[in-house]
Write a protein that binds this ligand. Structure first.
Ligand code: UTP
Length: 479
């Protein structure tokens, strides 16, 4: 039922177009629309409209120009080679030992971020069910959950995993993972939580849009939606009840992600960081990647769209980009920090992006625009950085930990074939390091239980690999 209050709110905001088809709707559809409209935070819609009115993508960025001009690339260790860090000189061996003991004590948990709409990939269903394993044909979920499972097995303690879904991915994700027995994780080890949606606003009028006669066009509220959704689902207590003190978050579209790498977790612990984040070196000024920057002890991620050409292309005396710490969205947080950040009002501002959003026209016909026609609003989890007491960046080699799947087959970058090439190249490198010859042009893939050269040798079962293979070890029993 559409309440009088709701009708009045729509009237006050000039949004009666949302009721344009209501008289033709059956009762159940009308109720669905009423329910959706009643869950929209209209106060927030007012704020979104003011933000959109500025028509300035950087409006959400509260960094002043002086900060940006003085900002530099933060010093931090490099995975597998140590280096400077706020905690002094750290060796990879020290860090690895610390990370391993965290994993063995059950103090580490993980959050898989899987609520995106995958609009560029245009896949049928959630991105996580997309099959990308070059030899195994495994889905992203199978690859990523397999690694979480095997990490638990290797260190003798299951890793609790919270999976963030959205209205765009929730049902099919739950069904798919249940059908596949959570790829060997126990059901008690997995928590699903759903992020919120935000309505899209038409460019120009800033009106809300319908994408069906009984449905307002909405989109998930960005990976930053993680914080409030996790809190609302009782996720912080869920982790704490399982003994978790540090959580690593990673995204569903990066099958090489290393959130639970012991050395990464170890640097995070040794630096006593509240927020650690993996970065890869940005090579070209035009790369569309956000960069972690630091000034006066404060860290932030600056989106590529917020960097002037001049600032983006500034170089250091050694010829490397001055701001080069490319953010890859693999983070580690203390649970205490997430708890504190959740209580901080406005810690995650809205950012706006121009997108092509399917919508009904005045006659009720659905249009799928090729060009952006609307503003979408998102929160970014990295905006929490300035609230952290200590932030650590850990540089990783992109070839080892970053192969994002964004675009459909045939695209110039971040397409399935590029991800597969990266996975094969990594497996070939691991074989070479372990003294195993792989015949030319032969695709090899690392199974989720392969962690080191001994594992590679045991899985290869000989000195040469001549046929396409997934290098696997028998699954470790769940502990
Ligand atoms: P992207 O911003 O690349 O979005 O998200 P996407 O959904 O994968 O693809 P496009 O932009 O629609 O083509 C990076 C990661 O963040 C997650 C995605 O699932 C992906 O793992 N994400 C993004 C969310 O979980 N929620 C969101 O609201 C946005």
């Amino acid at each position: 039922m559409l309440s009088d209050d709701l009708r009045q709110t729509l009237f006050d905001l000039g949004q009666q177009q949302l009721l344009a088809h209501v008289d033709q709707l059956e009762t159940s559809a009308r109720d669905r629309l009423a329910t959706q409209l009643s869950t929209i935070d209209w106060q927030q819609v007012r704020a979104m409209r003011s933000l959109a009115r500025t028509d300035d993508p950087s409006a959400a960025l509260s960094v002043d120009a002086a900060w940006l001009a003085a900002a530099r690339t933060p010093a931090g260790p490099r995975l597998r080679s140590g280096g400077p860090s706020p905690a002094g000189k750290l060796t990879p061996a020290d860090a690895t030992l610390r990370g391993e003991s965290l994993l063995a004590s059950g103090g580490a948990g993980a959050i898989l971020v899987a609520g995106g709409q995958a609009s560029r990939l245009r896949c049928d269903g959630p991105k996580g069910i997309y099959r990308v394993g070059p030899v195994s044909n495994a889905s992203l979920f199978e690859l990523l959950l397999g690694r979480v499972r095997e990490t638990g097995g290797r260190y003798g303690h299951p890793v609790p995993l919270a999976i963030m879904t959205s209205s765009a991915t929730d049902g099919p994700t739950r069904d798919y993972l249940k059908e596949h027995n959570y790829f060997g994780l126990s059901a008690e080890q997995v928590l699903f939580f759903q992020q919120a949606d935000l309505p899209a606003l038409a460019m120009g009028s800033l009106d809300l849009l319908l994408d069906a006669p009984s449905h307002v066009a909405v989109a998930p509220d960005g990976h930053g939606g993680l914080l409030s959704a996790l809190v609302a689902a009782g996720g912080l207590e869920w982790f704490a009840d399982r003994g978790v003190e540090h959580v690593a978050s990673f995204q569903v579209d990066n099958p090489l992600a290393l959130p639970l790498h012991p050395e990464f977790l170890g640097y995070h612990l040794l630096a006593d960081a509240e927020f650690s984040t993996q970065v890869v070196e940005k090579q070209e000024p035009a790369e569309r990647v956000g960069v972690v920057a630091e000034h006066n002890g404060q860290h932030r991620v600056i989106e590529y769209s917020d960097l002037s050409d001049e600032r983006a292309s500034a170089v250091d005396p050694d010829g490397r980009l001055h701001l080069r710490a490319g953010s890859i969205a693999v983070h580690a947080f203390t649970l205490g920090f997430l708890q504190r950040a959740a209580a901080e009002p406005n810690s995650l501002p809205l950012h706006l992006a121009r997108k092509a959003v399917p919508c009904l026209d005045a006659t009720g016909t659905l249009h799928r625009p090729a060009e952006p026609n609307a503003f979408k609003f998102e929160r970014f989890i990295f905006d929490l950085m300035p609230f952290a007491e200590r932030v650590l960046t850990v540089e990783i080699d992109a070839a080892e930990g970053f192969a994002p799947l964004k675009n459909p087959p045939g695209a110039a970058a971040d397409a399935p074939e590029h991800v597969q090439e990266a996975m094969i190249a990594q497996a070939r490198r691991r074989c070479e390091e372990a003294g195993i010859d792989v015949a030319e042009e032969i695709a090899v893939e690392l199974g989720p239980a392969i962690f080191d050269a001994d594992d590679v040798r045991a899985a290869a079962g000989g000195r040469v690999v001549t046929t396409p293979r997934v290098l696997t070890l028998p699954a470790r029993p769940a502990s």
